[in-house]
Design a protein around this ligand. Structure first.
Ligand SMILES: NC(=O)c1ccc[n+]([C@@H]2O[C@H](COP(=O)([O-])OP(=O)(O)OC[C@H]3O[C@@H](n4cnc5c(N)ncnc54)[C@H](O)[C@@H]3O)[C@@H](O)[C@H]2O)c1
Ligand SMILES: CC(C)[C@H](C(=O)O)[C@@H](O)C(=O)O
Ligand SMILES: [Mg+2]
Length: 368
């Protein structure tokens, strides 16, 4: 039996609460004979409290050794004033950079049962199925210089650098076109070529890769601000959206709300495939953060985290039947009306984080 090594990094706030529910799901698949081995380590504010860094070198080594990392969420008001280089979010950024996780896949699917939970009208979101492909290891998140400088007159200047190399845009474009071929065959590439040099460059590179390797896929270019507006106006026009690190961060939060709640959106962050072994480094995490406003209250929706494990089944372990089974279990639980407060129908009783995890395990059981 193949052994799959998972590193669990629950993090802060609601991270540990939603990770506990994933552990139930992993446990269920393990009982059914799948070889999952798990280790747990600290990241974010909890790592800072223990080691003075947002992730220790030992935890980084474990992440390098793992077949996949499951990440909860980091951050919170407790660490708002810690130095910039060791703030909780730096742990996540180090994982992305050091593991080379350049491709962030953020699917936004509106489950039929949740069409009324969105703040948009049912007809706008019903049947929605978008894949946002966000470049994750470049752009303004990592470009140098990145600094606040004090000038001679005592005033200050802050700089972040938006920077992209050819190969970085080429490889993310290929991921998007490849995915589109398995979906509805359309890619929308979002940038701001009307203002930014990196936008002009992004459009040139995407156009070239499209022409040379993917001319069978429909490609449209859209300015990122217009893309944000179109996502709210008529999101079903999109299939795959490919965009840079910062625009992807923002557009995926918008897409999350189309599905009803930030608590619904999973994600996969993937590295390049090793040409010999076919393996790739991968980290799976919900799109939401540590939700300090509801942490510790048992209110968090664990579906984004559980769906992220579903993506690990699909993308890291090739367990497609198991991933489908988990997706069906989630859909059935939602259809039965078992929901946390963020997605509960108006006037309906909401359940807690653990109830949703238990219901999904029960549904998995019922399907077998
Ligand atoms: N990947 C990550 O670890 C990650 C992502 C985003 C933000 N953050 C960090 O989290 C902290 C809080 O950030 P924020 O408040 O801007 O964003 P957030 O995603 O934590 O919360 C935004 C809103 O969505 C709600 N929400 C989020 N997840 C939910 C869930 N699973 N179930 C129900 N409701 C949910 C919260 O209660 C809150 O009202 C900050 O320190 C931020 O840097 C971390
Ligand atoms: C926590 C933060 C560093 C992160 C980001 O900005 O990428 C988050 O917002 C996300 O969307 O994953
Ligand atoms: Mg974000």
């Amino acid at each position: 039996m193949a052994t799959h090594k998972l590193l669990l990094l629950p993090g802060d706030g609601i991270g540990p609460e939603v990770m506990r529910e994933v552990e139930k799901i992993v446990g269920w698949f393990r009982k059914r004979g799948l070889g999952f081995e798990t280790e747990t380590d600290l990241v974010g504010g909890s790592a800072y409290d223990a080691h003075g860094a947002a992730i220790s070198d030992a935890a980084m080594n474990r992440a390098q050794e793992a077949d996949a990392v499951l990440f909860g969420a980091v951050g919170g008001p407790k660490w708002d004033s810690v130095p910039y280089t060791v703030r909780p979010e730096a742990g996540l950024l180090r994982l992305r950079k050091d593991l080379g996780l350049f491709a962030n896949l953020r699917p936004a699917i509106c489950y039929p049962a949740l069409a009324d939970a969105s703040s948009l009208k049912r007809e706008v979101v019903e049947g929605l199925d978008i894949m946002i492909v966000r470049e994750l290891t470049g752009g303004v998140y990592f470009g140098e210089p990145k600094e606040i400088v004090t000038l001679e007159d005592g005033s200050q200047r802050a700089v972040d650098t938006q920077l992209y190399h050819t190969h970085e845009v080429e490889r993310i474009a290929r991921v998007a076109f490849d995915l589109a071929r398995k979906r509805r065959n359309k890619v929308s590439s979002a940038e701001k070529m009307n203002v930014m040099k990196t936008g002009v460059f992004w459009r040139q590179v995407v156009t070239r890769i499209h022409k040379a390797e993917f001319s069978d896929v429909e490609l449209e270019h859209v300015l990122a601000d217009n893309c944000a507006m179109q996502l709210v106006r008529w999101p079903k026009q999109f299939d795959v959206i490919v965009t840079d690190n910062l625009f992807g961060d923002i557009l995926s939060d918008i897409a999350a709300m189309l599905t009803g709640s930030l608590g619904m959106l999973p994600s996969a962050s993937l590295g390049a495939e090793d040409p010999v072994t076919g393996q790739r480094k991968a980290l799976y995490e919900p799109v939401h953060g540590s939700a300090p406003d509801i942490a510790g209250k048992g209110l968090a929706n664990p579906i984004a985290m559980i769906g992220s494990f579903g993506m690990a089944l699909r993308y890291s372990f090739g367990l497609l039947d198991e991933a489908d089974r988990l997706d069906r279990a989630i859909a059935n639980v939602l259809a039965s009306g078992t929901r946390t407060k963020d997605i509960a129908a108006p006037g309906a009783n909401a359940v807690g984080t653990q109830d949703v995890g238990d219901a999904i395990v029960k549904e998995l059981e019922a399907q077998s």
